[in-house]
Design a protein around this ligand. Structure first.
Ligand SMILES: [Ca+2]
Ligand SMILES: [Ca+2]
Ligand SMILES: [Ca+2]
Length: 219
């Protein structure tokens, strides 16, 4: 019995031997698979030259238009400064703003002072060189002193709105009243970013002290 078992054990390895011979054909197939493995190594090479994110703003250098400045990346807040922050290929941009400017004015008539508060719808468009702006205030008909001293319609327009600086304008401002008086004063317009600007107008007229401040926002 033991001999038989021994013979059987000896016989068993012979079968795998022939199996190995059969496996020789699949080996050729394995060599082909080996080629695919080489392609895998190539992909590994591409991996080592992966674009870096040097300023660590979350955008790699292939999409980050300034990979050494973390304030600059696709979708960043654009400001009027001659730099393309949001990487859209446009340095700053033209924009349209709108707002309601709150105007405070004081007027005198026969030595008596009258105060006014006006909410004035404002529109402004700008590009990199200049801008157009108009503040239009309407005095309520029920406001007797307002109608007399300010007039029914009051407009405020920068006289020479040429942008010497990208993010600021300061210059002569004309206030025109429908009751016939035109006056000049000083206006200051400061852009905080692409979406917000602040206008301050100060006028001294014969009859009025005039002060208006408002924030303009891009819609
Ligand atoms: Ca980056
Ligand atoms: Ca960046
Ligand atoms: Ca900019």
């Amino acid at each position: 019995m033991l001999l038989l078992i021994s013979l059987a054990c000896i016989g068993e390895p012979q079968e795998p031997d022939s199996g190995i011979l059969v496996d020789t054909e699949p080996d050729t197939g394995l060599e082909d698979t080996g080629d695919t493995g080489d392609t895998g190594q190539d992909t590994g090479d591409t991996g080592t030259s992966e674009p870096r994110d040097r300023d660590e703003d979350g955008f790699a250098e292939d999409v980050d238009c300034d990979d050494l400045n973390a304030e600059i990346f696709p979708g960043a807040t654009e400001t009027f400064d001659g730099v393309d922050q949001d990487c859209d290929g446009v340095v700053d941009a033209s924009g349209e703003y709108s707002a309601t400017i709150e105007i405070s004015a004081s007027g005198w008539f026969e030595g008596e002072r009258h105060d006014f508060e006006l909410s004035c719808p404002t529109t402004m468009t700008r590009d990199l060189v200049d801008f157009e702006m108009e503040v239009v205030c309407t005095t309520p008909e029920t406001d007797y002193w307002g109608m007399l001293l300010l007039g029914e319609l009051l407009t405020i327009v920068p006289d020479d709105p040429y942008l010497w600086e990208l993010d600021k304008w300061e210059g002569p401002t004309v206030v025109t009243s429908s009751n016939g008086w035109d006056t000049m004063g000083e206006g200051v317009l400061v852009w905080q970013d692409m979406n917000t600007a602040r206008l301050t107008v100060e006028l001294d007229t014969k009859y009025l002290d005039f002060d208006g401040t408002g924030k303009l926002r891009r819609p």
